[in-house]
Design a protein around this ligand. Structure first.
Ligand code: HEM
Length: 125
């Protein structure tokens, strides 16, 4: 059976990236330095870890329940000072980190599958 290309890329990423959270949040804070202050109450990284877990789950699943959950989080995040544009850029940023870790193993099929999954989840690409 063919594996979902998004799942395949995330499995390779997990195998090759020793510390996904540092790679992903490092990029987020490099591009949006103002976002770092939002996590001052999360010194141990539990909230960041949970957020990533939901993002990965939504990417792997792509079903209605997770699409709904991401939609609810988009609204919740406005209340904690995360504008929708920043929220919507997060999954694309995650894709960029995965792509750069995979290097030459990143395929056009993966790129297409990510684009479709991000569209389902309402994120910019
Ligand atoms: C697809 C995009 C995102 C999803 C699905 C998501 C999901 C979540 C979830 C489920 C939590 C609760 C975690 C917990 O307390 O256990 C959370 C918390 C949080 N997220 Fe996100 N998030 C996303 C994007 C972002 C972005 C782009 C930022 C800001 C740069 C952000 C900032 C935060 C902050 C500051 C909290 C802690 C809120 C609090 O408890 O005060 N999130 N996120």
């Amino acid at each position: 059976m063919d594996q979902d290309p998004v799942a395949k890329s995330l499995a390779l990423f997990a195998a090759r990236c020793a510390d996904p959270a540092t790679a992903i949040y490092g990029r987020l804070f490099a591009l949006h330095p103002e976002a770092e202050a939002l996590f001052l109450m999360d010194p141990g990284g539990h909230v960041r870890g949970q957020m990533l877990a939901i993002a990965f789950e939504a990417l792997l699943d792509g079903g209605d329940r997770l699409v709904g959950l991401v939609g609810i989080e988009r609204m919740n995040h406005v209340n904690i000072g995360v504008p929708p544009a920043l929220f919507d850029g997060f999954l694309g940023l995650l894709r960029d980190v995965v792509r750069s870790v995979l290097g030459t193993d990143w395929t056009p099929t993966m790129a297409q599958a990510w684009k479709a999954r991000l569209r389902i989840l309402g994120s910019d690409t």
